[in-house]
Design a protein around this ligand. Structure first.
Ligand SMILES: C[S@@+](CC[C@H](N)C(=O)[O-])C[C@H]1O[C@@H](n2cnc3c(N)ncnc32)[C@H](O)[C@@H]1O
Length: 209
C-alpha cells in the first residue's frame, strides 16, 4: 500500500495525472525555480525571441522565459494533459497571444523547421523515450545558431527515482553533453552548481550536415 502511494507520487513527475499530478505540478512550479533561474542566467537573451520549453509541466518556465525577452513568443509542449491544463491556467493572461501551449511529445515536435532561437528542457530529459531521436527533433526546430538548454538535477544511476519511475533514465551531465555532440550540436558547455544542479548548453551549427 505505502509502496504504491510512493510509486504513484514519483510517477507523477514523469507524467502528471489527476489530483496527485496537480499537487506535483504546483510543487514543481516553485521547487524548480532555483535550478531554472540559475540555468537561464547562463544564457544571453535579446528582444523578440521565439522560444520553446519542452516538458513544460505547470508552465512556470514559460513565464520565466517571457520575462527575459521583450515581445517574445514562447511555446510550451508537454505529454501530460494535466500539465498542459495547469500551464494554460497560469499563463491565461498571455495565452495564444505570447504563450502557446500544446499537448505532445519531444519525440515528434509539431513545429516547423528552424523556428526557435532557444529551446529549453527543465528536469524532463530523463523521461524522453529514444533521447538521441528527440535531440535530433530539437536540432530540427532550432534556427541555425539557436541554443538548446538542458537543466537537470544530477541523479545516481541506481537511485530511488529510477527504481520507482518506469522508463526513467538517470543520465550523467557528461553523457548528455556527449549525446548532444553526437547529434551534431556544437559548442556544448557543461555548468555545475552545488549540490546537484547541472545545465548543459549547445548550439545548432549554422550549416548542418
Ligand atoms: C519533472 S516534470 C518537470 C516539469 C517542468 N519542466 C518543471 O521544471 O517544473 C517533467 C515533465 O516532462 C513531461 N514529459 C515527460 N515525457 C515527455 C515527453 N516525451 N515529451 C514531452 N514532455 C514530457 C512530463 O509530463 C512532466 O510534465
Amino acid at each position: 500500500m505505502a509502496k504504491n502511494i510512493f510509486k504513484s507520487f514519483f510517477t507523477n513527475c514523469a507524467h502528471p495525472k489527476g489530483r496527485m499530478g496537480r499537487i506535483m505540478l504546483r510543487f514543481m512550479n516553485f521547487g524548480h525555480a532555483p535550478l531554472t533561474n540559475w540555468g537561464l542566467g547562463l544564457v544571453s537573451f535579446h528582444d523578440q525571441m521565439t522560444m520553446l520549453d519542452i516538458g513544460c509541466g505547470g508552465g512556470a518556465t514559460l513565464r520565466r522565459l517571457l520575462k527575459r525577452s521583450q515581445d517574445a513568443k514562447v511555446y510550451g509542449i508537454d505529454i501530460s494533459e494535466e500539465s498542459v491544463a495547469k500551464a494554460k491556467k497560469i499563463n491565461e493572461d498571455v495565452l495564444d497571444k505570447q504563450v502557446f501551449i500544446t499537448q505532445g511529445s519531444a519525440e515528434k515536435l509539431p513545429y516547423d523547421d528552424e523556428m526557435f532561437d532557444v529551446v529549453t528542457a527543465v528536469e524532463t530529459v530523463y523521461f524522453w523515450p529514444n533521447l538521441p531521436h528527440c535531440l535530433q527533433e530539437v536540432r530540427r526546430v532550432l534556427k541555425p545558431g539557436g541554443r538548446f538548454v538542458i537543466m537537470v538535477e544530477v541523479l545516481e544511476k541506481d537511485s530511488i527515482w529510477t527504481n520507482v519511475v518506469e522508463g526513467m533514465t538517470a543520465y550523467t551531465p557528461e553523457e548528455l553533453q556527449m549525446m548532444l555532440a553526437d547529434t551534431k550540436f556544437i559548442q556544448t558547455e557543461l555548468h555545475r552548481k552545488k549540490p546537484t544542479y547541472a545545465t548543459i548548453t549547445a548550439i545548432r551549427p549554422l550549416v548542418c550536415e
